[in-house]
Design a binder for this molecule. Sequence first.
Ligand SMILES: Cc1cc2nc3c(=O)[nH]c(=O)nc-3n(C[C@H](O)[C@H](O)[C@H](O)COP(=O)(O)O)c2cc1C
Length: 188
Amino acid sequence: MKKSFGAKPLAFPLPAYLVGTYDESSKPNIITSAWAGILASNPPCLGVSLRPARYSHAAIVKNQAFTVNFPSSKLLAAVDFAGIVSGKNVDKFKDAALTPIKSDLVNAPYVDECPVVAECRLYKTLELGSHTLFVGEILDIKADEEVILGAILDIEKIDPLVFNYGGHYHKVGGPVGKGFSIGKSLIK
Ligand SMILES: Cc1cc2nc3c(=O)[nH]c(=O)nc-3n(C[C@H](O)[C@H](O)[C@H](O)COP(=O)(O)O)c2cc1C
């Protein structure tokens, strides 16, 4: 029997993305974001939801741009670090030994150590009480050659992080069935 767990911002799996911006002095910064995900395919849109108090919030508003960086599990400590200190006080790229690369499409840095990155132009903004949803139009996805597997990206090589709200980071498990295919066995 199911038991009420309350009105909580829960979903499975939650991602652990690094959102890249430049502050007003052009210092690159990253914020960890789990309240985020793909929202549309045409134009391709990726949303990140940030509290107005985050240093990164003002940077997105100012630059009308951000990057979303998909870290591998080996970047775990850096991902958590970027989610507990503010770019207002520290240089997170320097302290986490990460390399900022200026996007040639938008005014935002991406994280060279992340195997896949998305360069986003701010498309729409929606105030949602505690958070602002920044919807970015993906202008390009850049991926390390080693993770490109024909027309798709190799999730096992990317080795992305999954976050359990209030708990631990996890790795993804192996494949269990092909999409748009395995369900055909139930078509009558
Ligand atoms: C796993 C994890 C996920 C987080 N997700 C979000 C999020 O989606 N939105 C948000 O506003 N803050 C989120 N945070 C908190 C920010 O990352 C944190 O406050 C960060 O220090 C803000 O950085 P900034 O001030 O440099 O922008 C998250 C933190 C962690 C550890």
